[in-house]
Design a protein. Sequence first.
Length: 94
Amino acid sequence: MAADLTMIQIILLTLLAAACGIDPYISGLQLSKPVIAGFLAGIIMGDIQTGLVVGSTLQLMVLGVGTFGGASIPDFATGAIIGTDRKSTRLNSS
């Protein structure tokens, strides 16, 4: 199954993932929150509803994870980006 991603979408999603990865350390714009990352990935993919559904589902999972001591929460923002991409390409190919 071939994905119907354009080169521009691939570049934008890669830049979004990089920005989400470094955001907590540099700017604090909350890009690392899954609902924000999913929304932005939805804009890039042209399917905002799917981005919000995937991002909000992962955001609820983040709320259930407590970090104690030296533990850190998993990177759910990347999951939101990849989940939105996979769901959007699957919807567009059917």
